[in-house]
Every structure is written in structure tokens, then in C-alpha cells.
Design a protein around this ligand. Structure first.
Ligand code: SIN
Length: 503
């Protein structure tokens, strides 16, 4: 078979498996034991993309058993062997970037360029952790007494449960699973109800890459079945660690359930990112940063700029520049190459965003543009769930909209007069995931970076995400870090060994 034919064959098999209506457990494509399935919809057209198993706690326990059985052999592989298999998985993902990106556009709605970017971003976590696998060293500690030797070894924590969100259907899986697999753990992934197909495609490619049976399992279920599977992953004693990305409310529940068996948790939860434009900022840079941060994935990321604080002196000019750029935003179906903003994930998300805007108006905010559902004409008379990019002026810290995670393309403008005042307003939230600020003053860069109570700070840039840096929040935005060498540490236990009688 020619190389290109081989590629085509893997592609058609991938689609066959993704659309088989089965999940991946113990190296097998299986149905739910109940035989139930649910529909996966395209958020743009509402069309049914496929059906996947509606699994329950019993199915999930089967997957945990498969991961548990696979653990000893995977843990005992040389790190270099695990690294090689992960690199092969990464290669296959990149070979299938086009197909995976198109699937993501269909399933999640984000524009094609972002979907393609996410596949590379997702693959970058696999590469980073495959490379780290062979460098994760323990330590020899100088002894406290003669005849003794003290050492610290790193061991995989065990079977990991990964509960992942719909906004990044690929990268949030690889960001959790690549470090787990690199460390020698096995995983059971529960992808978001709205986006299971991207997860199943990853499972197919993991199998093709040669990941052994039971090392990477995917259990699917719908919104109704999610609590059942989530609770099983969080309370089954065979799971030693749960990684979760999602809302703070659910994160608290994950933490409470995990406490019953004292599991380790990593929680990447909600945010309420301040985006501060000081009066000495380069305004064009700030506008560029705002667009990167605010409108990525139609405003549906945990680190999207949520409250836009602009110094009163530069507010008029900044607003003018903002409105001009917003008026040029291209909105539509993600497969159209020039589109910058796609639909929201579903009708509930749209109605929530519209309610937030109406209540902000009632509380005194002024809609400068947008605010309504956008009718983008689509084939077959189907209507996507689009919100017009919206700019609100005269927002204050007291309004509800300043305390809600927007998850929509809404820019909420709040005026400030001094550095001390804006830092106080920025920190006045239970969240602490990402913050951004723009200034040309190098002393202020240090001062403000240190005072913002956030896990991540972007200075003069709106794009902070990368596999090489620790991603995570403080306060109610979460616990633990993903990405970077700190992200690997989340999946290992330290074991202290003291050898005596050597004197
Ligand atoms: C998220 O919104 O949960 C992740 C965003 C990112 O990785 O950049």
C-alpha cells in the first residue's frame, strides 16, 4: 500500500470508529451495558452528528477496572518506552489535524483556524510530557547520620479520572492525560456531553499509536448521566487522582466526593479575568490583546477577559477603537475560513448571555453595540445560536455582570482612576485564574503582577496559554497546575526510602 493510501485508510477507519456509536474501554469499542445511546448535535445547524453510548456508573466501573488491570505493565515500562508511544500518538494526531479540526468545528462550533490551533496546542502537551517523562528525577538527600542513605523516588499515582470540558474538546484531554500517561498512570476520561466525538477520535489514534489495552479509556454519557459517572470517578477507591476542568460549583462537588477516599485532585475552575488598560498603555496593543483574550472560542474560555477596566483618561479613545474593530468581526459557521466568531455551544448558553445583558441594562449599563441574537443565514434554513459581539459601557463593580463568568462575546467596560483602586476592584472576586494588564511602565509591571491575586498574569499580551508554563488558578478558581514540569508532578507520588545498616 502506498504511504498516502495508508494515511487515507487510517482516516476512514478513524471516522468509522468515531461514528460507531461506541466508547473505548479496555482496548475495545463497546456499547453501554444498557444499550442506550444519545445524540451529539452540531451547535451551528442543530443536525445530529452521531450517537454515542449513554453510559452509567456500572460502565464506568468497568473502565476503571480496565485501567487498573493495565496499570502494572504501563507503570513498569521504561520512561523512554512510554515517551516513544506518546510521541507516536502526537504524530498521528498531527497527521490527522485537518480531520480532527473539522470534526471539532462540527461538534463544538469554534472557527476552523482555532480548531486547527487547538489540535496543535493539544499535541504540544503530549510532546512536552513525552519529553519530560525521561527527565523526571528523584533525589538523594545528604544523610542525617552515619551508615544511612536517604533517597526520594517518584512513582505514578495510579489510575486517574479525567473529567473534561466542551470548550476545548481535544486540548483539555491531552493536558490531563499526557502527564498522567508520561508518569506511568492509566486513565479513564469522561469527555463533556456535547463533545465526545473528539475524545473518541483521540482514543482511536491512541490505539493506533500502540498504547496498550486499558491504558486510555473513554466513557461517554449525556447531561443526565454525567453526575453518575462523575461521582463514580470521584469516589471509586481504585481512582487515585481526579483532574477536572469545569465550573467552580461542580469542582467543589468533585473535591467533596474525592475526600471520601482522600484522592488527589487538580481542579481548573471558573474565572473572572480582569483586563486592565492603564493610561500609559499602547492602546493598539491592548485592543489586539483584548481581541485575542476576549473573543477566542466566542468568549467561551475560563481565561477570557471578563471585566475590562480602562483608565478614565483613555476610555473614550479605547472605546472608539474597540467599536471600530468589533464592527469588522466576521461571524458565522466555523468552516468558512475567514470567520472569527462561531456560535455559542447551545441555546441555554445564548439565553443565559442574553439574560445577563438585560439585567446589566436594568442596572444602568449601556449597550454600545450587539446585545441580541444574531441571525446568520445558514443552509437548510437552520439558525445557529449566535450572540452579536456586545460592548457594554458604564458597567460598575457592583453589577451582577461584573461577578458572573460571561462565557460569551460580551465586553464589559469599567472605568477607573488609580492603580490602587483598580487592583482592589480586580481582586474583588472569589475567582483567581487569569488576569491581564497593559502598561509601558516597567515598575508598574512588577508591582501589579505581584499584587494581582491570580494564578496567571498576562502583561501586554492576551495569549498566555502554552504547554511549557503552569496553567491554573488560586482561590475558587482551582487547585493544582496543568502543563509544565509542575503539571507532571501532579501525577506522581514522592516515596522516601531510608537505607540503614550501611555504616
Ligand atoms: C480553558 O478555558 O479551560 C482553557 C483555556 C486554555 O487552555 O487556554
Amino acid at each position: 500500500m502506498k504511504e498516502t493510501d495508508k494515511g487515507a485508510d487510517t482516516k476512514s477507519s478513524m471516522w468509522a470508529h468515531v461514528h460507531l456509536g461506541r466508547a473505548m474501554v479496555g482496548g475495545e469499542w463497546i456499547s453501554a451495558q444498557s444499550g442506550l445511546t444519545y445524540e451529539v448535535h452540531n451547535p451551528l445547524t442543530g443536525e445530529v452528528l452521531g450517537r454515542v453510548p449513554k453510559m452509567n456508573a456500572e460502565d464506568c466501573r468497568l473502565a476503571i477496572g480496565a485501567a487498573q488491570d493495565a496499570l502494572p505493565a504501563w507503570r513498569d515500562k521504561l520512561p523512554a518506552e512510554r515517551s516513544r508511544l506518546l510521541m507516536r500518538w502526537r504524530e498521528l494526531i498531527l497527521d490527522h489535524r485537518e480531520e480532527l479540526a473539522k470534526l471539532m468545528v462540527d461538534e463544538q462550533g469554534k472557527p476552523y483556524s482555532e480548531a486547527r490551533g487547538e489540535i496543535s496546542y493539544g499535541a504540544s502537551f503530549i510532546q512536552w510530557f513525552a519529553e519530560e517523562a525521561v527527565r523526571d528525577q528523584g533525589a538523594i538527600i545528604p544523610p542525617f547520620a552515619h551508615g544511612r542513605r536517604l533517597l526520594v523516588m517518584k512513582q505514578p499515582i495510579g489510575v486517574v479520572g479525567a473529567i473534561t470540558p466542551w470548550n476545548f474538546p481535544n486540548a483539555m484531554i491531552t493536558r490531563k492525560c499526557a502527564p498522567a500517561l508520561a508518569a506511568g498512570c492509566t486513565v479513564v476520561v469522561k469527555p463533556a456531553e456535547d463533545t465526545p466525538l473528539s475524545a473518541l477520535a483521540l482514543a482511536y489514534l491512541a490505539t493506533e499509536a500502540g498504547l496498550p489495552t486499558g491504558v486510555f479509556n473513554v466513557v461517554t454519557t449525556n447531561r443526565e448521566g454525567a453526575p453518575d459517572i462523575g461521582e463514580t470517578l470521584c469516589s471509586d477507591p481504585r481512582i487515585r487522582k481526579v483532574g477536572f476542568t469545569g465550573s467552580t460549583a461542580v469542582g467543589k462537588r468533585v473535591m467533596a466526593l474525592a475526600s471520601s477516599t482522600v484522592k488527589r485532585v487538580s481542579l481548573e475552575l471558573g474565572g473572572n479575568a480582569p483586563f486592565i488598560v492603564f493610561n500609559d498603555a499602547q492602546l493598539d496593543l491592548a485592543i489586539k490583546g483584548l481581541f485575542t483574550s476576549k473573543f477566542r472560542n466566542a468568549g467561551q474560555t475560563c481565561i477570557c477577559a471578563n471585566r475590562i477596566f480602562v483608565h478614565a483618561e483613555v476610555m473614550p479613545r479605547f472605546t472608539e477603537m474597540l467599536l471600530e474593530r468589533v464592527s469588522r468581526l466576521k461571524i458565522g459557521g466555523g468552516h468558512e475560513r475567514s470567520v472569527e466568531i462561531g456560535p455559542l455551544i447551545n441555546a441555554r448558553a445564548l439565553s443565559r448571555a442574553r439574560d445577563l445583558i438585560s439585567r446589566a441594562q436594568e442596572q444602568g449599563a449601556q449597550v454600545l453595540c450587539g446585545g441580541k441574537r444574531l441571525n446568520v443565514s445558514l443552509e437548510e434554513d437552520k439558525e445557529g445560536v449566535f450572540l452579536q459581539p456586545t460592548v457594554l459601557a458604564n458597567v460598575t463593580s457592583e453589577m451582577e455582570i461584573s461577578h458572573a463568568e460571561l462565557f460569551a462575546p460580551i465586553v464589559s467596560l469599567i472605568s477607573f482612576e488609580s492603580e490602587a483602586e483598580v487592583i482592589e476592584m480586580a481582586n474583588d472576586t472569589p475567582y483567581g485564574l487569569a488576569a491581564y494588564f497593559f502598561t509601558e511602565d516597567h515598575r508598574r509591571i512588577w508591582r501589579v503582577s505581584e499584587r494581582l491575586e491570580y494564578g496567571m498574569v498576562g502583561v501586554n499580551d492576551g495569549a498566555i496559554s502554552t504547554a511549557v508554563a503552569p496553567f491554573g488558578g488560586v482561590k475558587e478558581s482551582g487547585i493544582g497546575r496543568e502543563g509544565s514540569s509542575w503539571g507532571l508532578a501532579e501525577f506522581t507520588e514522592l516515596k522516601y526510602v531510608m537505607i540503614g545498616g550501611l555504616g
